[in-house]
Ligand binder design. Structure first.
Ligand SMILES: NC(=O)c1ccc[n+]([C@@H]2O[C@H](COP(=O)([O-])OP(=O)(O)OC[C@H]3O[C@@H](n4cnc5c(N)ncnc54)[C@H](O)[C@@H]3O)[C@@H](O)[C@H]2O)c1
Length: 267
């Protein structure tokens, strides 16, 4: 497939696991890619891995001037901007509400939500200049009707993404800009299990345990997310806007009232 031939894509958090997979996918399908990340080394590695037009930009999405600069970099280097994957995010410290410093709440919201808004605000004029385009926001499958202990700021920031996708979709439709969100379940990346980055056995055990509780019996991979992001950003989704798409192998279908043994006997 060559759905992004002649298109220019910007990926925030492009040096991380899911950003990298999407940047690579956009490039494989013909896009020129701006890989933006707070971590310039990570972004440079991804840009170097891409065997086509790609540049790396250091950008902190909590700073509006950085957001404007990464959009400008797309226009300066590739002449325009067509697609934005607003992916940069942090998990935050695991800390329960009674012990939660308000600074930690602000830090997570600042990156995950305000950074998303600043990215969209910076990108919108460029997308309008290009005659329209597509924005894909990074949400999460968890946080809709459930939550994770000690992750209040993260869960709140991610649930808000769906509301933002709907609002931007309505307000930007007149400019031919589509806005959708992806909502991954647990994906096999260091953000899901930071403790075990240097311990392959613990990593394996952690994700195997999760896989047993997922109806499709495997943990998602970065490429699963990249394929969905590419679909939503492409012309194949030209009549889809305001949607939030789950990518979770059925993870959120199992409620606590269904015992895994009776409803999904392990085979
Ligand atoms: N991994 C999962 O299971 C999962 C599930 C659902 C949603 N997500 C979301 O996907 C996104 C990417 O997750 P990942 O697993 O690739 O994590 P990751 O930590 O590998 O990547 C996140 C990237 O964002 C960058 N970043 C952090 N703060 C930034 C800032 N202020 N400005 C610019 N860049 C910044 C980091 O440097 C990093 O490269 C996050 O928004 C995360 O919440 C992940």
């Amino acid at each position: 497939m060559n759905r992004f031939a002649g298109k220019v894509a910007l990926v925030t958090g492009g040096g991380g696991a899911l950003g990298r997979a999407s940047a690579v996918r956009f490039a494989e399908e013909g896009a020129s890619v701006v890989v933006a990340d707070l971590d310039l080394d990570g972004a440079l590695q991804v840009a170097a891995k891409i065997d086509s037009d790609a540049i790396a930009v250091r950008a902190d999405v909590t700073r509006s001037e950085d957001c404007e600069a990464m959009v400008q970099a797309a226009q300066d280097n590739f002449g325009k901007l067509d697609v934005v994957f607003v992916n940069a995010g942090i998990g935050g410290e695991k800390v329960e509400f009674v012990d939660l410093p308000i600074e930690e709440w602000d830090r997570v919201m600042d990156v995950n939500l305000r950074g998303m808004v600043l990215t969209c605000k910076a990108a919108t004029p460029a997308l309008i200049d290009a005659g329209g385009g597509s924005i894909v926001l990074m949400g999460s499958s968890t946080g809709g009707w459930d939550t994770i202990l000690g992750s209040g700021p993260y869960m709140t920031s991610k649930e808000a993404v769906k509301a933002l996708a709907r609002n931007l979709a309505l307000e930007l439709a007149r400019y031919h800009i589509r806005v959708n969100a992806v909502c991954p379940g647990i994906i096999e990346t260091p953000l899901s299990f930071r403790q075990a980055e240097d311990d392959p056995a613990a990593w394996e055990k952690f994700f195997t345990r999760f896989a047993e509780r997922i109806p499709l019996r495997r943990v998602g991979q970065p490429e699963d997310v990249a394929a969905t992001v590419a679909f939503l950003a492409s012309g194949d989704a030209s009549h889809i806007t305001g949607a939030s798409l789950l990518i979770d192998g059925g993870q959120t279908l199992q409620s606590w009232s269904n015992s895994p043994e009776t409803v999904y006997p392990l085979r």
